[in-house]
Design a protein around this ligand. Structure first.
Ligand code: ATP
Ligand code: MG
Ligand code: FE
Length: 345
């Protein structure tokens, strides 16, 4: 069975195609992404109207490229991100998916973007056992309990203020590293000393029973440090600040993820979302999982950031699980919570 996934929740127009084999594994047939990131760079963040227009221009050519890459004329099922995300951006992908599903007469599945970030790992590492998932992206930071991709996902905790990816972007901006800042900060941190500056680790105390996160204090601490350098008339040691900030984020995320594994008695940790492309989050997660006897599953960096393949991968599981298609009348849901993989009414 061949499933096409369409993603347009933010600034990436993604179309992915996967084939699900009888044994439950999936093969990637196409992964096409058109990004409007360059158009947002001069504003220092995603401009929703600009993103919507870019999706409108890119959606049909991107679908055509994906079909050509996969060597097919149409998939057996079509899956699309229905939320969460930017309202206007979501509308473009959903309208295209509905139109093509109707024209091709193939079933249509309205799916959760966040479920896609978790499900994409199954492409590389096969069916997912009960897991704790650490989802870290530009708009979200969640710890999740995933019993199976067909069951509702249980949220164990989330950020009470900034998302971790957002903190990366804001700190990068503060350091003059441009936009999007996450990858640039990751690169420059390689030349820095992660223990140079002791930045705070929010909500890591023994009393924080829920698995929540806070990154705004850390972001403020970096801002104060930069101000202090200016007052003292000395240059900001950018690599050291980047490395120390990144270490604080990676420390908190991986520590709390492993604490959740321990509390739930779960021995698999899955990473997902754009910020888990970060090299230090990946290496520290690997170190700590190894020490704790927890199996770590991490998609390759390209599949961590937004793409259509993740929606195709989730779609393949939803279809194989016997779910009924979503009606073509289903509406986009910019604030869709993480719990529902598929929206069916
Ligand atoms: P959401 O999934 O919450 O809707 P999103 O769709 O905007 O968010 P993703 O593509 O999942 O975004 O993630 C983008 C985020 O990932 C940005 O904040 C970006 O800075 C961050 N990011 C990407 N690569 C890295 C990296 N190597 N290090 C740190 N952060 C990174
Ligand atoms: Mg993006
Ligand atoms: Fe995302």
């Amino acid at each position: 069975m061949i499933v096409m996934g369409i993603e347009s929740s933010c600034d990436e127009t993604g179309v992915g195609i996967v084939r699900r084999r009888e044994d439950g594994t999936c093969e990637l047939l196409a992964d096409e992404v058109a990004s409007s990131v360059d158009q947002h760079a001069r504003y220092g963040g995603v401009v929703p109207e600009v993103a919507s227009r870019a999706h409108l221009e890119a959606i049909v050519p991107t679908m055509r490229r994906a079909l050509a890459a996969a060597g097919i004329e149409r998939p057996d099922a079509l899956a699309v991100t229905i939320g969460p995300g930017l309202a206007g951006a979501l509308l473009v992908g959903v309208a295209a998916a509905k139109a093509y599903a109707a024209a091709w007469d193939v079933p249509f599945y309205a799916l959760n973007h966040l479920g896609g970030h978790v499900a994409v790992d199954t492409l590389e590492h096969g069916p997912m056992p009960p897991s704790v998932a650490l989802l870290v992206s530009g708009g979200h930071t969640h710890l999740l309990h995933v019993t199976s991709l067909e069951q509702p996902i249980v949220e164990l905790g989330s950020t009470v203020d900034d998302a971790a990816g957002e903190a990366f972007d804001k700190v990068a901006r503060l350091l003059g590293l441009g936009y999007p800042g996450g990858p640039a900060l990751d690169a420059i941190a390689r030349d820095g000393d992660p223990s140079a500056i002791a930045f705070p680790r929010g909500m890591t105390g023994p009393r924080d029973a829920r698995h929540d996160f806070s990154f705004s204090g850390l972001k403020t601490a970096v801002a104060r440090y930069v101000e202090k350098c200016a007052r003292e008339d000395r240059a900001v040691p950018i690599p050291d600040v980047a490395a120390s900030f990144q270490e604080a984020v990676a420390d908190v995320l991986t520590m709390k993820a492993l604490r959740a594994c321990g509390d739930l008695g779960v021995d698999t940790l899955v990473l997902g979302g754009g910020a888990t492309a970060n090299s230090r989050i990946r290496s520290l997660a690997a170190e700590r999982c190894e020490a704790a006897g927890v199996t770590l599953r991490v998609p390759k960096p390209r599949l961590c950031t937004d793409n259509g393949v993740m929606i195709a991968a989730l779609g393949a599981h939803v279809v194989a699980g016997g779910a009924r298609p979503s009606p073509l009348t289903v509406a986009t849901d910019p604030g869709l919570p993480v719990s529902t993989a598929q929206v069916s009414s």
